[in-house]
Design a protein around this ligand. Sequence first.
Ligand code: MN
Length: 332
Amino acid sequence: MQKDSFRKFKKLLNNSQTIAIVTHYSPDGDAIGSSLALYLFLLKLGKKVHVIVPNDYPEFLHWMPGHQKVLNFQDNEAKAAKILLSAELIFTLDFNSYKRLEKLGTIIEKTEAKKILIDHHQQPDQFADLYFHDVAACSTCELIFDFIVGLGEKKLIDKKIAACIYTGIMTDTGSFRYPSVSSRTHLIISELMKTGIVPSDIHGAVYDNYSIDRLKLLGFALNEKLNLVEGLPVAYFSLNEKELARFNYQKGDIEGLVNYPFSVKGIKVCALFNETEDYVKISFRSKGTIDMNQFARNHFNGGGHINAAGGRSDENLAATEKKFRELVKTLF
Ligand SMILES: [Mn+2]
């Protein structure tokens, strides 16, 4: 845990009028939820604020309040760079290294702005001026709630901000299933519900809004692309570009797929390999103390949490799978 004092946060906030918020590549519910919650909060403080994402995010997050204002770096590189270079303060949310921003990271590195990191991933790089970091938090959204409360501004958490925070907590905990969920998590949810948010509506907006293609892709993957590693409690999927294209793959369509094998008795490690234009994108999941953060860091150019990490491989799909099948033995 690395948390600076609220005296310092307040001082820096009071001294900053123009603020940018950035989050990681391929933003998920927690990345967008935390960015938009903080965005709406800072607007209420009278700040000039921009949210910049490194690339697009799935359509099932487009209903979120503030979505229309998010600037996609890939479509607006010049504009985004201008905002970042002139910002007095940059919040970096839900990531631990500039590497997680891809090209956007090279621009942030050049900025003079002060940085505040709010995150729950393992081992953050030391690029920020102030830290609000805790690996025990179930999500960055939980930390955003604590951050606003810590500033003494709980009264500013309205229904819109609450909806954003709820979404991040819900998606990062697999709908309140993961071991990262604590009694505090539920107390926060209780506080959020007092603003009038309706959890069942938010669940519906996020999880019941997919295409029929996505459901068929899920069926295909479960039926034909699930592999087991002999003698080990390990299961994984690998999907190539052609297979994804067959189901009109859209961003977010395979989110959550990696977890399905856990429903099989005994499975302890799951992985998903999916081919993109440039590299193989990897998701790792585990149960208990099996450390996927370290595994991804050591072997697959990635990292994350103990039970959930990501990585990438510049080798082809078959070679990546082979490497995984060999190395995964070292986890047992
Ligand atoms: Mn997160």
